[in-house]
Write a protein that binds this ligand. Sequence first.
Ligand code: OGA
Ligand code: MN
Length: 294
Amino acid sequence: MPAASLAAPSKQVFDVRPFDGQVGAEIVGLDLSYPLDDADFRRVHQAHLDYHVVVFRDQRITPEQQIAFSRRFGVLQIHVLKQFLLPGHPEILIVSNIVENGAPVGLGDAGKYWHSDLSYKALPSLGSMLHAQELPSEGGDTLFADMHRAWDTLPKHLQAAIEGRQAVHSYTARYSEGKDAANWRPTLTPEQLAQVVTVAHPVVRIHPENGRKALFVSEGFTTHIVGLPEDESRDLLAQLYAHSVQPDNLYRHVWQPHDMVFWDNRSLIHLATGCPNHLRRKLYRTTIQGDAPY
Ligand code: OGA
Ligand code: MN
């Protein structure tokens, strides 16, 4: 495998091929083990903005190469669950259901509810990359929902009800929920809890790079809409969630070996559909910091 610092032997020729639906494109012919030149980087960046999730098949890359590629897009965020960071590479969060010697090797139930990564931070994530390490023989797909389209197609009375409002996001609200969450989720230390205090963000945000509005609430981390009675907030959020994840608003990623998938957390929410727990699944995640939502 070439070192990350070597230039590609010749100029890489690649295509951006949009999928059939609203969301997603495959980038064909690019080997991410080589650093991208500026023109290629601009094309990948533009494809990411246009399609919100880009898929690179069969990437035989090292953690160092994933980190180097991720850093082209911004500062990397280190996940609060230190126990699941790749040893020697804290920029990589291990997402896995594998238990070794009685201890989970990674975050086992990442993405069990629809969410945008790190929306509970003051500076949520711009985008995340997942690189497949081990895949189950069944299940384990990842779903993505287009939150620009969710906003654009939202009935006018719902648009009017949320425009200008803020919602609170919390990492801990659903942290230990669910029947097997307790097995997967280590107890947070006081130091970890201090890193995940709740924040409020606009319910409708403007994407800082494409200028489009997007819904920015999700069942994973949003607890309530500020300034509304509890039942009204719950009812409104339920309507927004149901609207966001209608089938024609989705892209389903069916993982292939060595896939690298890079999505935009400002444009999409995503969900792990899960797989039987006796089947091993392991992916490496890097998470790029974004701006404060407005
Ligand atoms: C994540 C995530 C979904 C999946 O790693 O951020 O939500 O299918 N993963 O593993
Ligand atoms: Mn996620």
